[in-house]
Design a protein around this ligand. Structure first.
Ligand SMILES: *[C@@H]1O[C@H](CO)[C@@H](O)[C@H](O)[C@H]1NC(C)=O
Length: 490
């Protein structure tokens, strides 16, 4: 069921953001194999197929990420107690439940990363997440960094030359949350969306309470370390000061997801392992930047069934995404960026579930019925920058995403980019292009890019002989850093 709804509806309703989530999920399992040699990879796929065949029912029940429990012995105040890893059998039979409400006061229940309910109580609030996860704290932004001028890096994640290679990257811990001059406007937009949509875009199940608190603490710690001039915690870590908004949040009295919502301009989706089948289900979310869907449509949905309706998806690749997910370690920081073209700044738009049945009167385009009026100036490049990581203590997996827009016209001055995008738009697989943009947008954007590509050849920026392919700097382009720093002034 997960996300198939998005893909089950007509093409016009296909959401860029939804597609992204699907594609990221679908490609994650490839991440590990990318780093192996071809032979190892073939062997491992063969083995996994064998195994999957052997245990047709619930093959993931005994698969867990590497335990992080040994870290307990290194934390201050621990008496070199017995911190052995817990066996998979124990993790399974004594799993903290997600199907029923877990009781954190009861001893002897475990998270997928091997922490017991006693461990969780003893760790308390704001434990050392860097040690627990194996991911260092971020460095503070440079002295001359100025949020009123800060811009997102110019993502241009266009690829050509191969299919279904999703370019997963390991991201630097400094870039988990990225603040820019758009902070205040994005926060205001998000608050208006919450007022309008409520539990359609923000919800959590009781089983996710600890995971939500852990995420909130990790993100707040990140903000205080990365942007010390803008955020701070009181010494007893009960008050969070946001100097950008001039607000103070009482952490003991505020729901963790609300704390995130009130301070962070990014989206989060929390997936947790279901102890009955070992698969991951969506249990909590704050998702504002969805186009064509809203988060609560997928509440409690499993990761599993997303295979359906992903364009270009080949059934032979349908192996073990769940297995990859179930083993993801807490220090694997995965990011990717996907893109689409829109004829307006489509941050959030979704069908109205209360509207009269049938077609929910939702359109992706702002030019419905007058598509031929769209000009190059109307077209925005939308990138969805995504990260994925496993939280150390709860073992829940967090998707994080944010939508970033640029005028298509910015690409005109960016070497190689117009020619690459033009190629993708002209020759890319039809189903994939239908995801990325509607036909009227594709036509206008393609013509503009071809014109700019020719201009760049005439200016001598790009050789006519250049054989179009994914850029070495992907998801950026040659000279991107100069452009980016030039525009920010630092
Ligand atoms: C957990 O997994 C079981 C077994 O597949 C399934 O029946 C159940 O619906 C899942 N629970 C939830 C709450 O999703």
């Amino acid at each position: 069921m997960l996300f198939t709804q998005i893909f089950g509806v007509s093409t016009a309703h296909i959401s860029v953001a939804g597609a992204i989530v699907c594609l990221i999920l679908f490609t994650l399992q490839r991440f590990l194999t990318v780093r192996r040699t071809g032979r190892e990879r073939k062997a491992s796929i063969a083995i996994s197929k064998e195994k999957d065949k052997a245990k047709t029912d619930l093959p993931y029940l005994l698969q867990f990420p590497p335990s992080r429990r040994h870290v307990l012995a290194t934390l201050p105040g621990s008496e070199k107690e017995d911190v052995q890893a817990i066996t998979p059998e124990m993790l399974k039979s004594q799993a903290l439940p997600t199907v029923t409400t877990p009781d954190f006061d009861k001893d002897g229940f475990y998270t997928p990363t091997g922490f017991s309910t006693q461990d969780i109580r003893k760790l308390g609030r704001f434990p050392d997440y860097a040690a627990l996860s194996g991911v260092r704290d971020p460095h503070p932004v440079p002295e001359n960094w100025d949020i009123t001028k800060a811009k997102f890096r110019p993502y241009r994640p266009f690829r050509w030359g191969y299919h279904q290679h999703m370019a997963l990257m390991k991201y630097d811990p400094d870039w988990w949350v990225e603040l820019t001059s758009s902070y205040h406007t994005t926060m205001a937009t998000r608050h208006a969306l919450l007022a309008q949509h409520g539990s359609k875009i923000l919800f959590q199940n009781p089983c996710a309470s600890h995971a939500c608190r852990e995420l909130m603490e990790m993100v707040l710690s990140f903000l205080c370390n990365r942007y010390p001039q803008h955020f701070s915690l009181s010494s007893d870590q009960t008050l969070f000061h946001n100097h950008l908004l001039s607000t103070t949040t009482h952490l003991l009295q505020t729901d963790p997801l609300q704390v995130l919502f009130d301070n962070v301009p990014e989206d989060y989706a929390i997936m947790m392992c279901n102890e009955s089948d070992g698969l991951y289900y969506l249990r909590a979310a704050i998702v504002c930047s969805s186009v064509g869907w809203y988060a609560s449509q997928h509440r409690d949905a499993p990761l599993k069934s997303i295979h359906t309706h992903v364009p270009d998806y080949e059934s032979k690749m349908a192996f073990s995404m769940d297995r990859w997910f179930s083993k993801l370690s807490t220090d694997a920081l995965v990011s990717r960026c996907s893109w689409g073209l829109e004829d307006w700044e489509a941050f959030h738009t979704s069908p109205d579930p209360d509207a009269v049945s049938g077609d929910m009167e939702w359109t992706r385009s702002a030019f419905k019925g007058r598509e031929d009026e769209v000009t190059t100036k109307d077209i925005k490049l939308r990138c969805d920058a995504q990260t994925l990581r496993r939280m150390p203590v709860s073992g829940a997996v967090v998707f994080n995403f944010k939508a970033i827009f640029w005028e298509l016209e910015e690409l005109r001055e960016e070497k190689y980019v117009p020619r690459l995008l033009a190629k993708v738009l002209r020759e890319g697989k039809k189903e994939l292009m239908e995801y990325k943009c509607e036909e009227h947008v594709r036509r206008v954007a393609m013509r503009a890019c071809e014109e700019w590509a020719e201009e760049q050849v005439e200016k001598g920026w790009v050789s006519r002989e250049w054989e179009v392919g994914t850029l070495e700097e992907s998801p950026f382009f040659p000279g991107w850093e100069g452009k980016w720093r030039g525009e920010q002034g630092f």
